[in-house]
Design a protein around this ligand. Structure first.
Ligand code: SF4
Ligand code: SF4
Length: 238
């Protein structure tokens, strides 16, 4: 067995023990320029990415039509964001340790932290890496849409130079004529354009509208949430 194949098995096994639901390795070379534009040369210096995804509890997402109720909103915030982000960060950190022990560079990105307040974005797009691994497509909502659970998945990424074979390649966009996420957004943050490699996110998503909406909600009550773009997607709807 090739050394890369054995290492891939070890990483996959570790991810499985962490109850990671979705796993993929991607070749980042086709999107290198895009990665450099968002996060600079540091993330762009890694040739491959390991994507780790944990599915959200459907029952929690399905309750979002009652998001004005404090109990529903708090459950969504804690169990779909905070706890899953912690689990992803731990899983990513452990995967990075395993790769480093095997003699490779490994950079565990954080699951959900903003690196640029002006552009309202992270250092690296987990969705882009997961798309490159064929785990889903980037929908009109700018979320990564998986064929079976839709956008109800949270992601993290470990960047690495380990010689791992990619486990997939991009799949076709499955949004079709749907515009549920565009129509439901209370602040009209989505333009409705489909994702294209190289086109800036601003062409599809005005992040400042979503950001302002969250600020206005928090000004009313610090437990409020939205998530309607995720709730409305027919892919993964129960
Ligand atoms: S979270 Fe809400 S406000 Fe933000 S983009 Fe989604 S639907 Fe719009
Ligand atoms: S709601 Fe419809 S348009 Fe939006 S991401 Fe899902 S499938 Fe695509």
């Amino acid at each position: 067995m090739a050394p890369g194949a054995r290492l891939l098995d070890d990483v996959r096994e570790l991810a499985d023990r962490e109850l990671v639901d979705r796993f993929g390795v991607s070749d980042l070379s086709p999107v290198r320029d895009e990665i450099a534009r968002q996060g600079g040369e540091l993330p762009a210096s890694f040739p491959r990415a390991i994507s780790l995804g944990i599915d959200l509890a459907h029952a929690v997402v399905d309750a979002l039509d009652r998001r004005e109720e404090r109990g529903v909103a708090v459950a969504y915030r804690r169990m779909s964001y905070e706890v899953i982000n912690q689990r992803l960060n731990l899983a990513g950190s452990r995967v990075a340790s395993l790769l480093q022990r095997a003699g490779h560079r490994a950079f565990p990105m954080t699951a959900s932290d903003r690196a640029d307040d002006e552009r309202i974005c992270a250092m690296f797009s987990h969705k882009l890496a997961a798309r490159q691994a064929g785990l889903g497509w980037i929908g009109r909502s700018c979320l990564l849409v998986t064929p079976d659970a839709g956008p109800r998945v949270r992601w993290t990424t470990v960047l690495t130079d380990a010689p791992l074979e990619p486990t997939g390649s991009p799949i076709a966009n499955g949004c079709g004529e749907c515009s549920e996420c565009v129509d439901i957004c209370p602040v009209g943050a989505f333009s409705g354009r489909l994702f294209e490699v190289g086109e800036p996110r601003e062409a599809r998503f005005d992040a400042s509208k979503c950001d302002q909406y969250f600020k206005s909600m928090y000004a009313e009550a610090d437990w409020k949430v939205c998530g309607l773009c995720l709730y409305a997607c027919p892919h993964g709807r129960q």
